[in-house]
Write a protein that binds this ligand. Structure first.
Ligand code: NDP
Length: 281
């Protein structure tokens, strides 16, 4: 049997850190497999997904901008992928393309490990942003029974769509409404691309944020965004976005290569060093 091969599918994918993560685990478990990048242009993506069951791949990760198209193309999807309408992990089963979504798992596992008592302490959470990763975060918060979830977005219609989609406990808002909600928030999550290298920062005045709140930034380049630096300076507990990236990769690796890998300090240090290099460029 040939060595198992997986890939990350996106456009562009040159900056994806998934190869670094999976190659680290392949080496750690002495598995003679590999993990490569597949940069597929939009016009070719449907044919690419259709060809996967007959290809050399055991599966792959799906990243921007194809998570929703992948959902349309699979024969079977797991329950989380069905709720989100998006897929980040593909595998082949009985010759059929199957998919799942481990973003919710990554979001929650990193938060649980960083702030073990967060869910018991959280009545109200604010998610800033209403794109794909915000959807995953909201699903995670609902799964943990968080009672009030405010979704604040630049474009109100997208926040309203999410509130309609999830049906319960989600209140849409515009960014200008944020200050009014901060005093009640036990958890503040940045799920926008603001704060990423090359983007403006997410500028929120944290002066009125509820004492004891946790600030979770899903952006991970740089590792310490302005939001996290401000929060840290004011004494709030902070959680960065790198852990989510690392944890969402683990179920995919297990599915393709048969071993559940661990997110170790060594893996985190490896990827963090790469992010530092990119942030300094
Ligand atoms: P989307 O493109 O689906 O959503 C982007 C969000 O950012 C939207 O809410 C958009 O608002 C908002 N936004 C973008 N630019 C601005 C701006 N100038 N002012 C105000 N709001 C803005 O992206 P994703 O949801 O897939 O990803 C968002 C970010 O999350 C990524 O950039 C990445 O850094 C991070 N991420 C982290 C992961 C991890 O594992 N840690 C996993 C995936 C993503 P609007 O609707 O108004 O356009």
């Amino acid at each position: 049997m040939s060595s198992p091969l997986a890939c990350v599918i996106g456009h562009p994918v040159a900056h994806s850190r998934s190869p670094m993560i999976h190659k680290h685990w392949l080496a750690a478990h002495s598995i003679a497999g590999d993990y490569v990048r597949e940069d597929v242009p939009p016009g070719a993506i449907e044919a690419f997904f259709d060809s996967l069951p007959e290809s050399r791949y055991v599966g792959g990760n799906v990243t921007v901008p194809y998570k929703e198209i992948a959902f349309q193309k699979v024969a079977e999807a797991d329950a989380v992928a069905k709720t989100l309408g998006a897929i980040n992990t593909l595998w082949i089963e009985h010759g059929k393309l199957c998919g799942g979504n481990s973003d919710v798992y990554g979001f929650l596992t990193h938060l649980d490990q960083s702030q073990p008592s967060w869910s018991a302490r959280t009545k109200t959470a604010i998610i800033v942003g209403a794109g794909g990763v915000a959807r995953a975060a909201i699903h995670g918060l609902l799964e943990r029974n968080i009672q009030n979830i405010v979704v604040a977005n630049r474009t109100l219609a997208r926040a309203e769509n999410l509130a309609t989609h999830f049906k319960k406990r989600v209140t849409p808002a515009v960014l200008a409404d944020l200050p009014a909600h901060l005093a009640n928030a036990d958890l503040l999550v940045n799920a926008t691309s603001l704060g990423m290298k090359g983007e403006p920062p997410l500028d929120i005045n944290l002066a009125t944020l509820k004492k004891g709140a946790v600030v979770y930034d899903l952006v991970y380049v740089p590792l310490e965004t302005k939001l996290l630096a401000d929060a840290r300076r004011r004494g709030f507990a902070v959680v960065d976005g790198l852990g989510m990236l690392l944890h969402q990769a683990a179920p995919a690796f297990e599915r393709w290569f048969g071993v559940r890998p661990e997110v170790t300090p060594a893996l985190r240090a490896l990827v963090a060093a790469d992010i530092e290099r990119e942030s300094a460029r």
